[in-house]
Design a protein around this ligand. Structure first.
Ligand code: SF4
Length: 622
């Protein structure tokens, strides 16, 4: 078997019972790997009404066929479980050597159930798997836990995924931190890990990864890298990171400012790339095997934010999230908040969403210092923000309320705050204001893990596609028009399908954000790695199958079509200022077109029988 280790490990942490399952070609041809494996496994093996924090929930880590090969950016890995934040599919994808080492240790996928008797970590290598007690690590923040595990197991060919205090306390917005700086697991997968008494996974690889046609792979990779170097985003991301898009997005009117109370942030340019490359910037860095180093390593040595250290301070989500969303214009304060979030093991997007939501509640007088333990939770108040991040991570004070995510927090706080609580299906929304970017509003509404931008990452309005290409993507070049609903439904469905393919090959969303993410540009590398005769059409079908399997998982878990929407603010409250002043999201038409493109019922939201048959899917456990 080329490109795959050929084995899946299941382990019941309660009983210690293990099973080794041979990976079969049918599963590969149907779901490819990575995200496809995680989603299909959860659909086929996890009953609909399982308690996300109970023993029966499954926690799945998967690699993909390209991990550990020459394929550019194939450093990604997938993780999934039923989400304690949303009660639907929870999942994530990250760039770290974890999935490469997992495969080199002999496993394509690891599936964990049950709960360890005491705080433990899992050590996986070619010799097998061992559950190791670790009371001494419980309570440690993610850098300290990672250092301690590295001192035991070394750094060479070792990768570590761990939770911080937030995951241990089962905070529903806790995530998993890989190799100190990389996060994956939106929807509280860190809390699922904590519920299993699992502090970390340590994987040590020593085996090789065989590719079917090395010469042809080399040619395909050279062609891909050449095309990448010609893409307009390559140079900018490599030199400045994804943060370069923040000011242009603000100028388009689609950056959330003060929780969506505004579309205009006066200080936006104090957060741009020039201000990042000051004395505390260390270097641009790439994930393992990526030719496009989009990540900044930073370290603040002096002043109020001394000790802030990490990677990714200039990522768009970091800047937009702790910057305009929370009314903060000091980039060092943003870096400090981000560092703290990672150390505690919190999900970046959910954390800045709940903070901004709390700030609006404070500004409107729905809460006061008597609720927040004396903390003036005002927009732009950095000490208050940093203290609240700590409280969320430690599940204490007012942070224990915010840490439940904006949906639950709004239910608890009442006063009509649900109207501006930024979530879909309980998942805290990312930092783009959909009134300035309606197709992203549709993406948030229909994504299989709740308000989420990376499932589709629709770039029809922001990449220079030709009219012909837009017709192929969306049926009309009018999709290019930011505010016209036309073509948006089909476009979002198209991008959801192709992103599912890339996630299953485990190549990065940023590298493949434009045409390089089309199956036409990926299939050659996949064939060369696996030796399997995949066609372009088959890849499109695999992507569609994965999206549908995730839909079925969610419907079985109790999700309804009525939840495919946005909070009232974005549908009925026009943006008061900024470039998209006066806009709301024209959801109804986009949503109807999306269902038609998907062949999902306009009444129930279920895929049609014909669609399921064509994709080879059936209703399991309904
Ligand atoms: S583009 Fe950035 S996030 Fe993606 S793999 Fe490369 S370095 Fe990592």
């Amino acid at each position: 078997m080329h490109g795959y280790a050929g084995k899946i490990l299941t382990l019941d942490l309660s009983s210690g019972e293990k099973e080794i399952i041979a990976l079969d070609e049918t599963m590969i041809r149907r779901f490819l790997g990575g995200r496809g494996f995680v989603s299909s496994w959860l659909y086929e093996n996890l009953p609909g009404r399982v308690d996300p924090l109970g023993h029966d929930n499954l926690l799945v880590f998967s690699s993909g066929p390209c991990n550990g090969t020459l394929v550019p950016s194939a450093s990604r890995g997938s993780i999934g479980a039923k989400s304690p934040l949303t009660s639907i599919m929870g999942s994530g994808n990250t760039g770290s050597p974890f999935s490469v080492q997992l495969k080199r240790a002999g496993w394509d996928m690891v599936v964990l159930s049950g709960k360890a008797r005491r705080p433990s970590y899992l050590f996986i290598d070619t010799g097998g798997v061992e559950v190791v007690g670790c009371e001494d690590l419980w309570g440690k923040e993610t850098p300290d836990a990672t250092f301690a595990l590295r001192s035991r197991h070394g750094s060479r060919n070792v990768s570590i995924a761990c939770i911080g205090p937030a995951g241990e306390r089962q905070v529903p917005i806790a995530t998993v931190i890989f190799d100190r700086f990389r996060a994956a697991g939106r929807g509280g997968i860190g809390a699922v890990m904590g519920s299993k008494n699992l502090k970390a996974l340590v994987v040590k690889g020593s085996g090789g990864i065989q590719v079917a046609h090395p010469k042809s792979l080399k040619q395909e990779v050279l062609r891909f890298v050449q095309s990448l170097s010609e893409e307009p985003y390559y140079k900018r991301y490599s030199e400045e990171g994804t943060g370069v898009i923040v000011a242009p997005m603000h100028d388009m009117g689609c950056v959330l400012v003060k929780n969506g109370m505004s579309g205009d942030f006066e200080s936006i340019r104090s957060l741009n790339a020039d201000h990042l490359k000051k004395d505390w910037f260390i270097r641009q860095k790439a994930c393992f095997s990526c030719p496009m180093p989009c990540t900044q390593q930073y370290g603040i040595r002096e002043g109020t934010y001394r000790g802030a250290y990490g990677e990714g301070s200039a990522a768009a989500s970091v800047i937009m999230g702790f910057g305009p969303r929370c009314g903060i214009s000091d980039i060092k304060a943003v870096a400090k908040a981000y560092t703290l979030t990672n150390e505690l093991g919190l999900d970046l997007i959910s954390t800045n969403a709940v903070l901004a939501f709390g700030m609006e509640c404070f500004e409107k007088g729905f809460i006061g210092t008597s609720d927040t333990g004396g903390i003036p939770l005002e927009f732009g108040h950095v000490p208050a923000l940093l203290e609240m991040v700590s409280q969320i991570g430690m599940k204490k004070g007012f942070g224990a309320i915010l840490g439940q995510g904006v949906k639950k927090a709004a239910e608890l706080l009442g006063s009509g705050s649900e109207r501006f609580a930024p979530h879909v299906k309980g998942m805290d929304m990312m930092e783009v204001d959909p009134r300035g970017f309606p197709s992203w509003g549709l993406m948030f509404a229909v994504s299989s893990r709740g308000a989420d931008h990376v499932r589709a990452y629709d770039v029809s309005q922001i990449m220079p596609f030709s009219d012909e290409e837009l017709v192929a993507i969306a049926g009309t070049p009018e999709v290019r028009d930011m505010f016209s609903p036309r073509g948006k439904g089909r476009s979002v469905a198209f991008f959801e399908n192709i992103r599912a393919v890339a996630d299953s090959m485990e190549v990065c969303r940023f590298v493949t954000r434009g045409k390089l993410g089309f199956p036409e540009n990926l299939v050659g590398m996949l064939r060369a790695v696996t030796g399997l005769d995949f066609t372009v059409d088959q890849l499109y079908t695999i992507g569609e199958r994965i999206v549908n399997v995730e839909r079925l998982f969610n419907l079985r878990a109790g999700m309804t079509k009525a939840q495919d929407t946005l909070p009232e603010r974005y549908l009925r409250e026009p943006l008061p200022d900024g470039a998209a002043k006066g806009k709301t999201v024209p959801m109804a038409q986009m949503l109807e077109d999306y269902y038609k493109a998907r062949d999902w019922s306009l009444i129930s939201g279920f895929p049609s029988e014909e669609k399921l048959e064509n994709l080879g899917l059936s209703l399991v456990g309904f």
